[in-house]
Design a protein around this ligand. Structure first.
Ligand code: UGA
Ligand code: MN
Length: 259
């Protein structure tokens, strides 16, 4: 007999490790509100419990990437954009909160800045100090990205005039997700701005930013874009060869231990 059991939400094996590292960075940042958007059909116990114990102020949202938009085993990582649906969910939540806010709360939101932090990057604490003073969109270099030591906006006379990048420099904003932050005010006053999950490879960031600013508006940070304060590090997928082999003999790791 065949049962059609719903599959358990398949999270990445490195999820808790990534969240642990990221939360330990965020714990050092004053006035940070973490919006976590899980790629899951409902919030999972792992992330729910993790956040409750994290010591951070957070919102826990979820948005499942539809199967046809998700990378499949063996696909090259550039084939489909990652995290677009989740970031749009975060934007939606911010806009609902913005619409509901009144008085002091609304005034506080005027000052807020939004940064889209991949869970696997490496963040210097100095970056968050730079981000704090964003009026529209601020930008800075990103290390170890795009097949380069770093990519960065090129600044002349205090203005961004072009981008140092090795790949498709004619994109409207040839800049990694880790290389910019946006004032919440700008997000709230431009409700049409969102990430286009169908954007051509490398155009995800541009699909959002082009609703908000022109190159002329960009605010260069990190000493006029001369310092690398964030690195596009990526986590290696752990090999499960031994685990799989042991599981076949009924000797797999105890499933009750959360990893
Ligand atoms: C680069 C950029 O740094 C990403 O911000 C951008 O989304 C991505 O390219 C892209 O254009 O698709 P990369 O390191 O290749 O990043 O992407 P990941 O770190 O694997 O994913 C970006 C974010 O999406 C992560 O926070 C990850 O947890 C999340 N993600 C990834 C999902 O929510 N669902 C997935 O199925 C995969
Ligand atoms: Mn990443």
């Amino acid at each position: 007999m065949k049962f059609n059991l719903p599959l358990p939400p398949l999270s990445r094996l490195v999820q808790k490790a990534e969240l642990t590292r990221l939360s330990h960075t965020f714990l050092h940042v004053p006035q940070l509100h973490w919006i976590v958007v899980e790629d899951a059909p409902q919030p999972t116990p792992l992330v729910t419990d993790f956040l409750a114990a994290s010591g951070l102020t957070y919102a826990h949202l979820h948005k499942l990437t539809p199967k046809d938009r998700k990378l499949q085993e063996g696909d090259p990582s550039w084939l489909k954009p990652r995290g677009a649906e989740q970031r749009n969910e975060g934007l939606h939540w911010l806009r609902e909160m913005g619409a509901a806010a009144e008085g002091k709360e609304a005034a506080a939101l005027e000052e807020a800045v939004v940064y889209f932090a991949d869970d696997d990057n490496t963040y210097s604490l100095q970056l968050f100090e730079e981000i704090r003073y964003t009026y529209r969109v601020s930008v800075w270099p990103v290390g170890l990205v795009g097949g380069m030591k770093f990519e960065r906006p090129v600044v002349e006379d205090g203005k961004v005039v072009r981008f140092h990048t090795g790949w498709h420099p004619n994109r409207p904003f040839p800049i990694d997700m880790a290389g910019f932050a946006v004032s919440l005010r700008l997000i709230l006053t431009n409700p049409q701005a969102r990430f286009d999950g169908d954007a051509q490879m490398g155009f995800l960031e541009s699909s959002f930013l082009q609703h908000l600013v022109t190159m002329d508006d960009l605010e260069p940070k990190a000493d006029l874009c001369s310092k690398v304060l964030v690195w596009h590090t990526r986590t290696e997928k752990p090999k499960m060869k031994r685990e799989d082999a042991l599981q076949k003999q009924g000797l797999g790791s105890d499933p009750d231990v959360e990893v």
